[in-house]
Write a protein that binds this ligand. Sequence first.
Ligand code: 6PG
Length: 240
Amino acid sequence: MEIRIFNNDKEISDFITEKWNEISYDAVRERGFFAVALSGGRTPADLYLRLSEKKSLPWNSTHIFQVDERFVTVFEPANNYAMIRDKLLRRVDVPEGNIHQIFARLSDPQTAAEAYEDELTGFFQLSGHSLPVFDLVLLGIGKDGHMASLLPGSEAIKVRDRLTAAITGSKIDHSRITLTLPVINNAKNVVFLVKGQDKANVVKEVIEKKNASLPASMVKPKGSLMFVMDTGAASLIRRP
Ligand code: 6PG
């Protein structure tokens, strides 16, 4: 696991943009496209805006997927797709057909999860139990140790035989649709982007204490794993 700590948003975004640049061009060279799964939440908004200024990235060959979504319409602030669209997608030349949205307007979360699974199966031409290979998955962490919409103690975190899962129930604010752990762990590169002092505790739990009960600790990709943080989020761990 690689850990990188930066002083401000610009340094963080510049670093990840450079990674994105390398990974995307390698992917396009190797298989003709770059497949990336993006998280929502507040943390990556600055990164998406700065990425949108990089017109030299291979946007035409970039396929954008979502890590997860809340079951709310795109008109509500909690909708991840709307944030990703506003900060990034509407500002760059990604062809419409390269955008693989989780449609939260479908009748129910399970139907939306199945539709997204079909989208993944079709795009990656999967058969049997094969898994999609994302070139890059960008994750955040919740203060409770969740990543994607895989919440601590949830049934969804145990799912091994599906690509997506729906999370419903009275304990959460919105139902959600998420990629499952096997899909995330099959990625070539996973980057956690974590900012703010309020995440310092959970960062320590995951990186130093290796608290195995937390979904963020279960991210052990076949490829590379990197934590990119600001000094606030990294304030309780020993500096690498
Ligand atoms: C989401 C993601 C979630 C997120 C973390 C961190 O909110 O869409 O499901 O995993 O990355 O909760 O969220 P913040 O970046 O808003 O702190």
